[in-house]
Each structure stands twice: as structure tokens, then as C-alpha cells.
Design a binder for this molecule. Structure first.
Ligand code: HEM
Length: 197
């Protein structure tokens, strides 16, 4: 996975427990203490799983709590680090429509074709021009971060002051062929993309 996720996770851990906490996670995940993450480099998924598991244990939180805490940290950072994406999207709907594009932009910086494809293939968003307050996201990844997707989507809604019901109709972890996440808005500002075919 591209290092932005791991870097911000370690930054969050540092903000809570400083160098000591970061070093404990590196040790538990079998990483050298001088290991760092670059936001555009690719790191093995199994390394991320070890770092995340060590982080959950150290912070004494469940995966669901981690999704919420990390989503909040990640989005606040992303708003400052990548303001143009947020300026381009007038509403939470617009932002979630371009979310796969944002991810695919990172794929272009990755040299190996197979790593590029892995990033590009993770998210597909369906729009419904006849129902302009609904999106369906199809997510497929061995990282199983549908919980993180839903938590991040909630943070995006909060940022744009919109309201929506989010429901995962099928989940890879529960035997589905993918994670299928339905988002139905009950309060939405004026979107640029909602009625676009
Ligand atoms: C400016 C905002 C954002 C940026 C720059 C960004 C960037 C990234 C990057 C670089 C990755 C690693 C990609 C990979 O290696 O496959 C990632 C992973 C992920 N992002 Fe985002 N993201 C943003 C917003 C969002 C939002 C709003 C959502 C959900 C609504 C989201 C959901 C996810 C999920 C679920 C993953 C884990 C993918 C996996 O299974 O490996 N992201 N993001």
C-alpha cells in the first residue's frame, strides 16, 4: 500500500505517545527503528497489517474505534496537505465521486505495473443521474478497510456539513464478492456532478 496511510498512522501514534510509542510499534512489527514512510512509495500490505495490529494493541482500541480515530486524523491532515481536491469538490457527494480518481493519482507515481493496477482496481463509484442523491461504492482489497471507508465518508460528510445514510449491503469479510457501500443523502449542498451522465 502507498505510504501515505502508514505515515499518517505513525504520525497519529506519535501525537498520542511520542517516540516511545512509535518505537514499540516498529519493534512489534519487526521493523528497524530507523524505518520511515514516504507518502508516494509502496510498502508491503503484510507489513501494514503488522503495524496496524501492533498499533491497536498499544492504543488498546478495537479495529472499529481505530477506523474512527484514524479517519478523523487522516482527513484533517488531508484537508491541509491536499487543499485543491477539497476546493474542487463543492459537496461531500462531489468529493466521494472523485475519491477513486484521487487514489488513482497516487498509482501514477508507482513504477511497477502490478502495484499500479492494484491501486487502480480498488474503488469504483456508481452514480445514478435519476437519483442524484445516491452513490454506490464498490471496494475490493485484501486490506479489508471497508470500515475505514465508511468512517472517512462520515468525516467527508461532516466537513461539507451534509447528511447521508451509509449502508454496506455486502462485505468481502462476510463472504461477499466485494464491499458494496450505499450512500443516500438526506441533506446535500449544490453538487457539480450529481446529474452528470
Ligand atoms: C485527499 C484525500 C485522500 C487522499 C490523498 C487519499 C489517499 C490514499 C492513499 C495514497 C491510499 C493508499 C492507496 C493504495 O495503496 O491502494 C489510500 C487508501 C485508502 N483510502 Fe484514501 N485518500 C483520501 C481520501 C479518502 C476518502 C475520503 C476515503 C473514503 C471515503 C478513502 C478511503 C480509503 C481506503 C478505504 C483506503 C485503503 C485501501 C486499501 O484497501 O488498501 N480515502 N488513500
Amino acid at each position: 500500500m502507498v505510504g501515505l496511510i502508514q505515515k499518517l498512522f505513525m504520525d497519529m501514534v506519535w501525537s498520542i505517545g511520542g517516540d516511545e510509542a512509535v518505537n514499540k510499534i516498529k519493534q512489534a512489527a519487526n521493523l528497524p527503528l530507523d524505518h520511515t514512510y514516504q507518502i508516494c512509495d509502496v510498502y508491503p500490505d503484510d507489513e501494514w497489517q503488522r503495524v496496524l495490529a501492533a498499533g491497536l494493541e498499544l492504543l488498546n482500541i478495537t479495529p472499529e474505534q481505530a477506523d474512527e480515530v484514524y479517519a478523523d486524523y487522516f482527513l484533517n491532515d488531508a484537508i491541509k496537505r491536499f487543499p485543491t481536491w477539497f476546493a474542487m469538490a463543492k459537496t461531500s457527494y462531489d468529493f466521494l465521486v472523485i475519491q477513486p480518481t484521487i487514489h488513482n493519482c497516487f498509482a501514477t507515481s508507482v513504477i511497477e505495473q502490478k502495484d499500479r493496477n492494484a491501486i487502480n482496481d480498488k474503488f469504483v463509484v456508481d452514480k445514478f443521474p435519476e437519483t442524484p442523491n445516491k452513490l454506490v461504492t464498490h471496494y475490493r482489497s485484501q486490506n479489508h478497510h471497508c470500515g475505514l471507508y465508511k468512517s472517512l465518508a462520515k468525516c467527508v460528510l461532516k466537513h461539507y456539513k451534509d447528511e447521508a445514510h451509509i449502508e454496506e449491503k455486502q462485505c468481502l469479510k462476510l463472504g461477499g464478492t466485494e464491499c458494496e457501500i450505499h450512500i443516500q443523502w438526506s441533506k446535500l449542498g449544490e453538487s457539480s456532478y450529481a446529474t452528470e451522465k
